[in-house]
Design a protein around this ligand. Structure first.
Ligand code: AMP
Length: 181
């Protein structure tokens, strides 16, 4: 599941993983948990995450590789917030190839920039985190959007309108996945 920061991809990924009985693998959640617990990984990534920059590819790939080997992921998984760079997509392809697991599809939750900014403002962010949100959007456009082009022709990429009610958006994603089956 891909989408710009503030697109609601975490919320939707959780719902879809639940209904499709997939392991929900959110790299953002994993990093936040490591930071909250103060693990070596958490301490290592804290500054980068708080700045809104991306954690190095090698580190992310090692984290996801290990996570994919856990029991619950063997029945199917939904990656949320990963891959975020072309290098991560390439690394993931190698990991999955090694495990003999195909990647089913990519769902892109698309939300126009002005709506993302509106949503961020509605949440009453301080100036400081508003700047971080804008920075994260820039990082997404520069480093993550090219991932979609990389997947084109390799796996189906479904673009779903991410503007509307939460339930309505979940239904849109479900129907795209049902049609793909
Ligand atoms: P998210 O909750 O997916 O928006 O992720 C929160 C933050 O965690 C991001 O702004 C990044 O700093 C970091 N992060 C999460 N996933 C990745 C990834 N795949 N590659 C690099 N950094 C990541």
């Amino acid at each position: 599941m891909m989408g710009p920061p503030g697109s609601g991809k975490g919320t939707q990924a959780e719902r879809i993983a639940g209904s499709q009985q997939l392991a929900h693998i959110s790299t953002g959640d994993m990093l936040r948990a490591a930071m909250a617990a103060g693990t070596p990984l958490g301490l290592q990534v804290k500054e980068v995450v708080e700045r809104g920059d991306l954690v190095p590819d090698e580190l992310m790939l090692a984290l996801v590789d290990e996570r994919l080997q856990q029991d619950d992921a063997t029945g199917g998984f939904l990656l949320d917030g990963f891959p975020r760079t072309v290098a991560q997509a390439e690394g993931l392809a190698k990991v999955l190839e090694g495990q003999g697991v195909p990647l089913g599809c990519v769902v892109l939750l698309s939300v126009p920039d002005d709506v993302l900014v509106e949503r961020a403002m509605a949440r009453g962010r301080t100036d400081d985190s508003e700047a971080t949100i804008r920075h994260r959007l820039g990082v997404y456009l520069e480093q993550t959007e090219p991932v979609l082009g990389w997947y084109e022709g390799k796996v189906p990429v479904y673009e779903v309108d991410g503007v509307g009610e939460i339930d309505e958006i979940t239904e849109r994603i479900q129907s795209v996945l049902d049609d793909a089956d």
